[in-house]
Design a protein around this ligand. Sequence first.
Ligand code: FEO
Ligand code: CA
Ligand code: CA
Ligand code: CA
Length: 606
Amino acid sequence: PQTGGGKAGKLSFKAIPPNTLDTFVVPNGYDSSVVIRWGDPVVPGAPEFDLGRQTAKRQSQQFGYNNDFVGVLPFEDNRALLVVNHEYTNENLMFPGFTTLDALTVEQIKVAMAAHGLSVVEIERVGRTGEWRPAQGRRLRYNKRITALETVFKLTGPVVGTAAVKTAADPKGQWVIGTLNNCAGGVTPWGTVLSGEENFNQYFVGGDAVAEADKPKLARYGISTTARYPSDSRKWDRAQERFDLAKHPNEANRFGWIVEVDPFDPEAPPRKHTAMGRFKHEGANVIVAKSGHVVAYMGDDERFDYLYKFVSDKKIMKGNSPAARKHNLSILESGTLYVAQVTGDSPAAEIDGTGKLPADGAFDGTGKWIKLVSGTRSFVPGMTAADVLTWTRQAGDAVKATKMDRPEDVQPSLLTGKIYAAMTNNTNRAVGTNPGVDEANPRSANKHGHIFEITEDKGDHTGESFTWTLPIVCGDPAAADTYFGGYDKTAVSPISCPDNVAFDSAGNLWISTDGNALGTNDGLFATPIEGSERGHLRQFLTVPRGAETCGPFITSDDKSVFVAVQHPGEITGASVEKPASTWPDGDYAKPAVVVTWRLDGRPVGS
Ligand code: FEO
Ligand code: CA
Ligand code: CA
Ligand code: CA
């Protein structure tokens, strides 16, 4: 995950134009190929995909649905482990003859559960190019599936054994079956993957029947406390009773965590780290502070929710010795959790909701990291440490954290130490009785989102104060309410709804989008973020119809750009029989991971 070895410099590709094509488009001089798609065998001996014969057992051995996070962890020359999240399922695009969720068989619900989770897949480079494919002709000792159906997770940290996570199946509050709605994530310097459990609320029913005192707690996390069957519910209680909160009121408290997976130890149980708090975790990305402590930056993806950071108690142990690895694997189990409160430096009257820059020429200001909990000590009046970690949103409310425009992926640049957060959009900002604009969220009914850049004071990632600015305010560059780092707006690509961010080894910022409100397909963009080219944003690829662009991941040699094409063909009314997208195989839509490389074999930025 650390930079080095790459030769990327100034970005040289020619931007591709916005389009609505049902295909995967890359710049001239580049090529792309599908690495792995929904249903492809993962576990050794897995059956080939057969749409009409799908079972939970088969799906549990095959690549899952709706790939989101992508991590590529090298372990030998030209070999790597591809680790991918499977966030959710589109049953209408998975099952022939689909009518309604209620009409699914229990076996089909279990297929969907098995299509959630993560996949670990050994991949190999093709020749000397930037192309990669699943490893062939070897014993695949690392390949595995982690599912919502049956994989056992270990809970770590201060919430273990507390009342809120105890259930009939787990009376000691130590083990959880499955992971839900794994969205973005990150790779750690010790070779593990972090994954965020995001919209876990949609899997539960029966929130109307819990104790009155618990209802506000569930409601703050989006679980209906008035209807037995909320309109967005997947009704998994039909397959496993634990998803019925009327019978198992604490089961929902066992989701919404940061998950850590060690792909190099297939026998080790994946873990859920309670010290990192519980919310609709988009993901987590770490940087090692000068002091050696590990700092994770995290977003809670909901309109008007918060930005967080976690600072470990322990310092990282350098090297790859078994002792160092064992030590580092425990680093995220204890630490201090902070939430961000930001202030603008321009007069409030100059932030008028239109996106017009204030007189000082920037949406910018200062910020504080407010300490919520450290180990077992709470800093929030009226809440225990376990309360703060389990009901982290309420803790953020209590200390008046800043309500942001849907914080998605948050990632530090390992070159500059600055942190970049995608605020994807917030169409409710300053609408009706909702909170109004502020300098960090300066547009009312924010359709297109923006990028939030944090510079920690004195470059200290463990510190409690920072400055911030908005380097990119997304949308149509021809519109007055957009900003591209001060760069010539006639030379940049339109961008809408930034979701995931990543860096190449030269520190260029790569941004993928979800939900392009400009009416064209989603895609991946890149821009230098330092110097005179700051804000020179260009579109690198587009994904097929109905899809969002996830990942992205640029290998450390800058020769390969991986993205996950999530939910191709997700358009109202689409089905297996009437697909809105036929990508990637020409029949019906399948989520897939794609790699893009330069035909001349050189790094993407050279
Ligand atoms: Fe799963 Fe916030 O995107
Ligand atoms: Ca300002
Ligand atoms: Ca996302
Ligand atoms: Ca990222």
